[in-house]
Ligand binder design. Structure first.
Ligand SMILES: [Zn+2]
Ligand SMILES: [Zn+2]
Length: 151
């Protein structure tokens, strides 16, 4: 079943890559329902993982909650066509933000200007759910990932 707060079925699936580095060095949002940790970068900065392109809709969904928190409201996942026809998924606050992005990146196309996925409602999280993990929290989370067969 999908977590009602962070929308994932797997409570330890993130980080998708470079888990130790991400958990130790980046700001994290911790789901209050399932305990999953999602890289949220620095609030207000556009470099966060959740705002970068994803190879699949499923991966984008894993980071959607972090994007919603950064934008303090609903965000849509849009399907983009990159050079050579590769599909990528990116999260934008709305179709206006998408248009601004497409204007700056004329080699990237978006056929449907509608999100391929959007949450029904946005529920804000508590400020204390967003923090850097302590070294002990990092080790505990990594151990829990190993139990589930994740690196
Ligand atoms: Zn990270
Ligand atoms: Zn959760």
């Amino acid at each position: 079943m999908k977590c009602s707060e962070c929308y994932s079925e797997n409570p330890r699936i993130t980080p998708l890559r470079g888990a130790r580095d991400c958990l130790s060095n980046h700001l994290q949002y911790v789901c209050s329902a399932c305990g999953r940790v999602i890289c949220i970068g620095a609030i207000g900065q556009k470099k966060a993982r959740c705002l970068m392109p994803f190879g699949s809709l499923e991966q984008a969904q894993l980071y959607l909650k972090a994007a919603e928190i950064m934008n303090q409201g609903l965000c849509g996942i849009y399907e983009l066509i990159y050079k050579r026809g590769d599909k990528r998924y990116r999260v934008f606050k709305n179709s206006h933000e998408l248009s601004v992005f497409l204007k700056k990146n004329s080699q990237i196309k978006c056929e449907k200007k509608e999100p391929v996925y959007i949450s029904k409602e946005y529920h804000p999280v508590k400020q204390e759910q967003i923090h850097h993990l302590t070294p002990d929290e990092v080790e505990k989370y990594i151990a829990e990932r190993k139990e589930l067969g994740l690196k």
